[in-house]
Design a protein around this ligand. Sequence first.
Ligand code: F58
Length: 799
Amino acid sequence: ASIPLPQRETWQKYSAQAFSSKEEFEFQKETVRHVETSLARSLYNCDELAAYAGASLAIRDRLVISWNKTQQHQTFVDQKRLYYLSLEFLMGRTLDNAMLNTGVKSIAKDGLGELGFRIEDVLEQEHDAALGNGGLGRLAACFLDSLATLNYPAWGYGLRYRYGIFKQEIVDGYQVEVPDYWLSFNPWEFPRFDITVDIMFYGNGKQCTSWEGGEIVQAVAYDVPIPGFGTSVTNNLRLWSSKAASGEFDFQKFNSGDYESAVADEQRAETISAVLYPNDNLDRGKELRLKQQYFWVAASLHDIVRRFKKSRRPWKEFSEQVAIQLNDTHPALAIVELQRLLIDTEGLEWDEGWDIVTQTFGYTNHTVLPEALEKWSVPLFQNLLPRHLQIIYDINLFFLQSVEKRFPKAISIIEESTPKSIRMAFLAIIGSHKVNGVAELHSDLIQTTIFKDFVKIFGPDKFTNVTNGITPRRWLHQANPRLSELIASKVGGLGFLKDLTLLSELENYVDDKDFKREWMEIKYANKVRLAKHIKSANGVTVNPSALFDIQVKRMHEYKRQQLNIFGVIHRYLTIKAMTPEERKKVVPRVSIFGGKAAPGYWMAKTIIHLINCVGNIVNKDKDIGDLLKVIFLEDYNVSKAEIICPASDISEHISTAGTEASGTSNMKFVLNGGLIIGTCDGANEVEDLRHKHFYGKHELDPDLRRVFDEIEKGAFGPPEGFSALINSVTVHGDYYLVSDDFRSYIQTHALVDEAYKDQDEWAAKTIMSVARMGFFSSDRCIQDYAESIWNIEPSTFEA
Ligand code: F58
């Protein structure tokens, strides 16, 4: 539907693209215009929310121009593109990031000031886009930022959930979940009602032919612009929303008065993209989840294939034009769907199709926890996706045949359980050309444990490591602008935000008195900011000079927040037993926790409750005063992380050895001048220790025993609620090795206290740590993927 040639000149004369990027950005004029025309408000009823909306629309206009140009350019040059398939994109807020990436923040700040608003208050109006659970979803968001910043032609594909991760409220110390309806005003998405795909479920699969007679749901595209930092490249994130297929909303029923059932059909279709599953590192195998996965994968592949076909290239060039990365196994069905399209719809031979498929996909593994590895029950799968099941059986058969002679006991995609189940990780490995873990240790671990047979079969080259990273734009420049400025003043300007290895220059300043003073002043100011938040959210006054000890992440037994709170109780008991003289030597501490528990995860919820109960007692204890405060921050999310990460002295990364694949908040804390304590991972003795809990002599550390005694005496409230937590350590085998690590954990904190007393040395340690963070940029990580897995090249254009 393009404009005819003779009229194009006129068109181009008026195109916003022709002048906007070069013209001075008239932020105020544009903001006021949007408030008055897009929102139909005036200076008499413009509140902070309206100012947010007006400013966003003004910034958005600029973004859209670069976005359109980028998409036109990428279509024109038609080079290989990356498609990142992720069920989660934990984006957080957009306005601040958009202003920083497009370089208009200071204009906007001054402009809003003159219009009567503080930019901080305006930014606070935005709802977080929380379409993810934790690390995996946030990693996808950091990757989008890096892909655009590095000028790679890349699209994200995900689901447009109506409800993101729930909001967490703490009521009487317990977690309560509240739905997160985030779409009431979202200027950052563009519905594309003309881009729809019909997706089929159920029906009959006919061997070697096709799939018929199923129920149809429609996928509608919603596009989100992703601006790069300091470049005009603005990539696209496409999120699919489900609705009843046109004609499916049954007018027959509607007219005959069966209105309710007609509406019910429509709602059933909309349910598919209604809500994000709130489990972190747990797979529950629910049918609706499988529906979500297929709906999203099928719509995305249809879109990718349609785009490829426009270029009229032969199929054998598909993998030269298209790289698809599977963020965990959630999109592993894409392997089956592409093979189905190639053989059933496009008429290719099996082998021809399968070569294309395996050359196209890469698979990233994020966990070794058995309870998080996806499996689908065969009967459930058979009912929903009959044709796909046949194809999986064929993939499996050909795979097993090909390795039979060399590996008689080769592993099958189908697990012989009752009922049988499909191991999605095996499917993902067999259907991809590269498989990667997310940290050195983790990648080694998967190659020697859960996937070791596949390493033997395919050889070691198929398996690789790509260490995770974070975007320094959001996690330093945006979250900690003063530190970013200070660093820039020493490393030759803001260039380090695009080449984080330049941070190594800071090593030259570890002995610079003035620099260190400013460095520590900034940390103090960030702690004051967090203290204010704590005061208003929790009503507790904390001393910003105390050591801030932070553990924020999803609540999970393997992450061991319980070890932390037991340590806090031990500290409390120790201080209580001290003389006033002894207390004078104690380093004051604020222990800060935050994180959501999956709604059905009782043990995780119990840990939250214990933390709150301990806080209740300790924070009111006159003997303790400033020496110890215990805070649980409600509703930890991306925008709160931006306040929390810059304010830590110490953060905790204390999962059981061998359980946390990588972690990424560790990087955020260090980049902001915090130190971290963490498990000495790579330990092989974990299984031995577990064995000893049952069969060997394993006595509980007396200090941990004392902690349990206090809890059981009711020192922190009725103890019944905590017995399951204590029993998990004392009677049920202590699977997460809390008792084994308790002593060394306490000792480590004693070292922390000692170290903190020497503030000068502390400053030097934190500066040195920041100087060595260059490697952990998601830019480095994306470059690794681009070169070793995707084989894609950057591409820019005249702005
Ligand atoms: C996380 N996984 C890892 N999964 O736990 C963490 O170590 C790693 O740094 C991060 O990925 C990025 O690689 C994670 O967040 C989930 O939340 C899944 C959500 C869907 C259900 C299964 C777990």
